[in-house]
Each structure stands twice: as C-alpha cells, then as structure tokens.
Design a protein around this ligand. Structure first.
Ligand code: MG
Length: 255
C-alpha cells in the first residue's frame, strides 16, 4: 500500500464528511474474521445447521450475512426457501444447533498480524476496542487469553448491548458512546464483512476493510469502506504510516 493511496483515502473521507481532521482516540475492531480466524467455522456450521432443518445456506453465502443477528439470517433464508419467516421456536432451535456445532469446532486461531497490530495501536496512545455482534459467553475470556492486557471489558460492545445489530450503525454508535461520547472523527473501525462495513460507514467513522475471507474486494468497497487492506498483517505493516497520516492535518488545498 503506498502513502498516496492511504493519504487520498483520508482526504476523501474528510471531504465526504465535512470534517477538518481525524483525532484518533480509539480503534473499534470487529471480532470474527478480524481478530480471530473464525469465519470458516461459522460459515460451515451455519450451512450444516440450516441443512439439518431443511434450509439451504451455502457456506459462501454465509459470509455475506456475517454480522447480521441469527434471527435476521434465519428469517431471510426461511423466506427465500419456504416463503415465510421462521417461528421463534425454530429460530431458537436452529441457533442452538449451530452453536452446538460451532463449539465442536477447533478453537479459532488469532488472525495473523492482529496481536502485533493491537500492540502498535496501544503504543500509539490509541485505545483498541471490540465491537462484535457475537454473544458467546466465553468471549471476554477468549479475548483476554489471546490478546492479554489489550481490551477493557467496560469498553466492549457485544450482542448484549444492542437491539438492532449490524448493518445498523447501532453497535458502532454504542462504541463511541462507551468510549466517552466520542465524535465519529475521534475513532475508526476495522471490519471484514460487507454488513459490518455498512454499519461502520453509517456510524460516520473512518472505515478500514480487511479482506480476510473469500468475497471479492468489491463486496466491501461497494458498502463504502474508506480503504481496503488484503489482510490484518498488511494493515499491521502499514499502521505507522496510516497513523502518521491520520495525525497530520491535511494541507488546505486538499479541502
Ligand atoms: Mg467480522
């Protein structure tokens, strides 16, 4: 990634939003597919759980629904396959079955480059936060085991904190609120899923897409991502440049 690409993405963001500068206090990280290499397992388990109940959700399509609530995903597929939404009972059963399958999967590894990036973010004086649609009970423990001393519980946003979930901006707006009622230009988002990017863009924050899955880059860029990196490692490698360019006020002719 060259400096001009990074610089242009910042200038375009400022122009589009009519902001003068970005004054970074926090970075909000999505969890699955960003911090953990867990999406392969999720996609496979969604496919198997739906099939168990006679519904067809190909694993590749599961990536397009990433970030949506379980109810939302199940109803979209149910409507398409059967012409009506699922009952509350069915939703509970399918989601429980999917959760059971997921718990049998080997624990997902840290995404390569994620921990190193988090350490760099912290060393820059910026607070890393997690904003996830996940509601797994062991989530905090897993984060603390894999990323020791990085995250503070009171700054986390999970499925328990929101009503609507992604693609609604609610989770990221909640993140800004929890961080002390920050403005969108005081934070930014790292996301891997189209619906997550959509939520982040709608929150007004500078949105970094990392394409860690099988979708084409266009699926993330079309939702309005300000910049795209091919991996978390690539974002990690470019952190210093990105942070310097974010911190430096753009020259007047750019605005
Ligand atoms: Mg994700």
């Amino acid at each position: 990634m060259n400096n001009k690409t990074i610089s242009d993405s910042i200038i375009n963001y400022l122009k589009k939003r009519n902001y003068q500068h970005i004054c970074l206090k926090t970075v909000m990280f999505d969890m699955d597919g960003v911090l953990f290499d867990s999406m392969k397992n999720h996609a496979r388990c969604w496919n198997e759980a739906m099939a168990h109940y006679g519904l067809n959700l190909p694993p590749e399509e599961a990536y397009m629904h990433e970030g949506r609530t379980a109810t939302g995903t199940i109803n979209i597929i149910s409507l398409r396959e059967r012409g009506h939404e699922a009952t509350e009972e069915e939703i509970k059963e399918i989601y429980a079955y999917k959760g059971m399958l997921f718990n049998q999967c080997p624990k997902a590894e840290r995404m390569p480059g994620a921990y190193e990036l988090l350490l760099k973010v912290k060393a820059s004086g910026v607070t890393p936060m997690v904003v996830t649609g996940s509601g797994q009970k062991s989530l905090l423990e897993r984060l603390q085991t894999n990323f020791p001393s990085i995250f503070r519980e009171e700054l986390m946003v999970t499925a328990f904190d929101v009503k609507k979930g992604k693609p609604d901006p609610e989770p990221y707006l909640m993140g800004l609120k929890k961080a002390g009622n920050l403005h969108p230009y005081q934070s930014m988002v790292v996301e891997n899923a189209p619906l997550g990017v959509k939520a982040a863009v709608a929150s007004g924050c500078f949105t970094i897409a990392v394409n860690t899955g099988p979708l084409p880059d266009s699926a993330l860029l079309e939702e309005g991502a300000d910049i795209l990196f091919p991996s978390m490692q690539a974002l990690c490698d470019n952190w210093q440049t990105l942070f310097q360019l974010l911190s430096a006020p753009p020259t007047p002719q750019h605005l």
